[in-house]
Design a protein around this ligand. Sequence first.
Ligand code: MG
Ligand code: MG
Length: 241
Amino acid sequence: MELMRQSGQLLGLTLAEVEKAIQPGRSTAEINALAEKIILEHGGIPAFKGYLGFPAATCITINEEVVHGIPGERIIAEGDLVTVDCGVSLNGMITDSAITVGAGKLSAENQKLLCTAEKALLKAVEIARPGIRTSEISKIIEKTVRKEGFGIVEDLTGHGVGFELHEDPYIFNFFNGKPGPLLQIGMTLAIEPIITAGSPKTKTLADKWTIVTKDGRAAVQVEHTIAITKKGCEILTKRPK
Ligand code: MG
Ligand code: MG
């Protein structure tokens, strides 16, 4: 658990710096390079780089891009919704976290989309504790998102994390009719609402990585790695203020 905490601290620190760097005019490659530099400087390994052949330390997705975007030449523009998803391996333990940041001023709808994803994650964290089932987390995320009329991408889910980037159990962002396993002390989980302004239908681009919404409307992903504790849970990837 202490090693997971250290891994999460490095990831939180990395994403806090990334958050400040997301400004109109910067390329996604620059943002990725910053994240990679911070991770390496602190003795970590970017957990995404080389994972199933993924070429970068971060996945960066803008607006209609949902997840798994490859950082590159794209320049961040005023009003863009920029998601940076990142994984850190430190002393053998892996944590996974994502932030979505508005570059400059967001449209009212995109602001609401972002706030809703953050609220859903927060509510999930608030109820996570030993003895509840993973479906309780799924249900509270779904309720929070549906209330605002936004879409939930069904085939992208949270997951166990720690020794590997993706471990059991899946943490769905909607109730799929199954109770799911009981949460137990010491479990470490990545919870990650992935929601859309319009239809949740997606397609994969020709680069075989980037998933975008079919209708071209915006998507948001926010994610923390948490640890189930005696009393509830601890956010391991908290960003320093
Ligand atoms: Mg992630
Ligand atoms: Mg994840």
